[in-house]
Design a protein around this ligand. Structure first.
Ligand code: SAM
Length: 239
């Protein structure tokens, strides 16, 4: 992978950036995504944000090597603190856990004024991202699921709008877990992901059965049993 040949995962994210939008890529690491979006003339300019010194220097070096410092501003800082209110049209946050993505968005809420689109790619716990979007008036407008190098990735795209629109509220918890669009699409990758997750939960449930009893263990078991039920119901539809 490099700035001209992205991974399938980051290419799908880049395709979700509307042409002409300014972009902030938070947790940019090597800055491949903002550089690619600029070189492909998707964005007129971009900010690459990084909190860790090593990746921040890598991003800076990449931008300097390509002489792109006028178009791509590499900034060091935690989450959305690297941007000002109204500075960008779209934000990408990719390759982190869903809980961390939700925390970054939550801590930077005031910076989201003027942002029109969020493109979020949680490696795990997409449910945390969906919940944050729903609770903070962002409407999920599209979801993607894809497999690359034996890993399965979900990409969530949101815009300001009617946050409950994609959900059938009677089944909200199931939809938050599995994704309202992905549930409808019912792809082979979706089936594979949830078959593997269910196997993992079955194993954890067995371990919890032999753990010393506590309220915490009981709550975890109830949660997993509920999740397994949601997933099994969906997997049965493939039979
Ligand atoms: N976004 C790239 C991708 O998807 O290929 C890099 C993903 S890398 C696994 C996650 C990056 O996020 C790391 O470089 C890490 O330093 C950065 N990161 C983690 N927490 C962050 C935060 N709060 N603010 C900015 N960057 C963060």
């Amino acid at each position: 992978m490099n700035e001209l040949k992205l991974s399938k995962r980051l290419e799908a994210v880049a395709e979700a950036v509307p042409k002409g939008y300014t972009l902030a890529d938070i947790g940019s690491d090597h800055a491949y995504l903002p550089i690619y979006c600029y070189l492909k003339e998707i964005v007129p300019s971009a900010i690459a944000g990084e909190v860790v010194e090593g990746p921040f220097q890598t991003a800076k070096n990449q931008v300097e090597r390509l002489d792109l410092h006028k178009a791509i501003d590499v900034r060091k800082g935690d989450g959305l603190e690297v941007i000002s209110k109204g500075e960008v049209d779209a934000i990408t946050i990719c390759g982190m856990g869903g809980a961390l993505i939700a925390t970054i968005l939550d801590h930077g809420k005031d910076k989201l004024e003027g942002v029109k689109r969020l493109i979020l790619q949680p490696n795990i716990s997409a449910v945390s991202v969906r919940k944050w979007l729903l609770e903070n008036n962002w409407e999920l407008i599209q979801e993607m699921i894809l497999e690359e190098d034996d890993k399965i990735y979900e990409i969530l795209i949101a815009e300001r709008g009617e946050p409950s629109k994609p959900y059938q509220l009677a089944e909200l918890n199931k939809e938050l877990l599995l994704g309202p669009f992905l549930l409808k699409e019912h792809s082979a990758v979706f089936k594979k992901k949830w078959t593997l997750e269910k196997k993992n939960w079955d194993r954890i449930l067995l371990q919890l059965d032999s753990a010393s009893p506590s309220q915490e263990v009981e709550d975890k078991k109830r949660e997993l049993e509920q999740y397994i039920q949601y997933v099994q119901k969906e997997l049965d539809l493939y039979e």
